[in-house]
Design a protein around this ligand. Structure first.
Ligand code: NAP
Length: 242
């Protein structure tokens, strides 16, 4: 893997922070970005102290007018070793809520990711990597979260297309189809499967990147689960409480 810093877009996210820690444990310097600069600075300080790496905090807010130009001004010609997209939000309302909430869900989970990745692409080492945290929610629409799921399905398709475009001449793209993970996002949720441990999830993601995988289910058990779920006929699926 090339030597540049690893940028985590959404460094305050539970999973993003665990991935940052995993790279820091391996001695990689970090560029940590998020909308709450104070919180991102605390994460940077913590990882820097814990693992003895350099970690810089940077403001990245999809709601600001200069988003995401800040990213490609940062490296000053030194390519990034990799970029991880970990920002995401899930609305509580099944149909996505009102227009503002729907706009936020689709922008934050999809449009903002595309704008950031397309913007930062020239700053990524061609031998480096891009990770997109997508979701199993994008593999089959379910009544509980189909607006979020639709945005994640779009993110997955974007990642596949980008991988195709860059194949053999640019950074490798890994789309992660995450199952349920214990995090701020899933805190207090009931009735679903138990959430996976973020540190284990982060290790699996870093391994998948190292192995050059284009698409991976994490935890792996979600691969066969989603295969089965996609095959269930609609008449049966509509009666399932999933
Ligand atoms: N946890 C799961 O079960 C699960 C499953 C499938 C996919 N995923 C995906 O994995 C990624 C990480 O999830 P997580 O569980 O670690 O989530 P999390 O702990 O809730 O973190 C969400 C991240 O997104 C940022 N964010 C949320 N809304 C934002 C907005 N409107 N503008 C800018 N930033 C915003 C948060 O920033 P602040 O800290 O500033 O709020 C935080 O950095 C997300 O893309 C999520 O969709 C998670």
């Amino acid at each position: 893997m090339p030597p540049g810093r690893i940028a985590i877009l959404g460094a305050t996210s539970t999973v993003g922070r665990a991935i940052a820690a995993e790279y820091a444990r391996g001695g990689r310097d970090l560029l940590l970005c998020g909308r709450s600069l104070g919180e991102v600075e605390r994460v940077a300080q913590d990882l820097s102290l814990r693992y003895g790496v350099a970690a810089e905090a940077c403001l990245l807010d999809p709601d600001l007018p200069d988003y995401p130009q800040v990213l490609w001004r940062l490296e000053g010609g030194r390519p990034l070793g990799g970029v991880v997209w970990a920002i995401g939000t899930m609305s509580a309302a099944a149909g996505g809520g009102g227009p503002d909430e729907i706009r936020e869900t689709t922008w934050v989970n999809f449009g903002a990711a595309v704008a950031a990745i397309e913007g930062v692409l020239p700053a990524v080492d061609p031998k480096g990597f891009i990770v997109l945290l997508s979701s199993v929610a994008g593999e089959r629409g379910r009544r509980k979260n189909y607006v979020y799921g639709a945005a994640k399905a779009a993110l997955t398709t974007y990642g596949q297309g980008l991988n195709h475009r860059l194949a053999g001449r640019g950074p490798r793209v890994t789309v992660v189809q995450l199952g349920v993970v214990d995090s701020q996002m899933t805190w207090g949720m009931s009735g679903g499967p138990a959430g996976a441990d973020p540190e284990r999830v982060a290790r699996a993601i870093v391994q998948a990147v190292r192995a050059g995988k284009g698409r991976v289910h994490v935890p792996a058990v979600w691969g066969p689960i989603m295969l089965l779920l996609r095959l269930v006929p609609e008449s049966v699926f509509n009666r399932l409480q999933v």
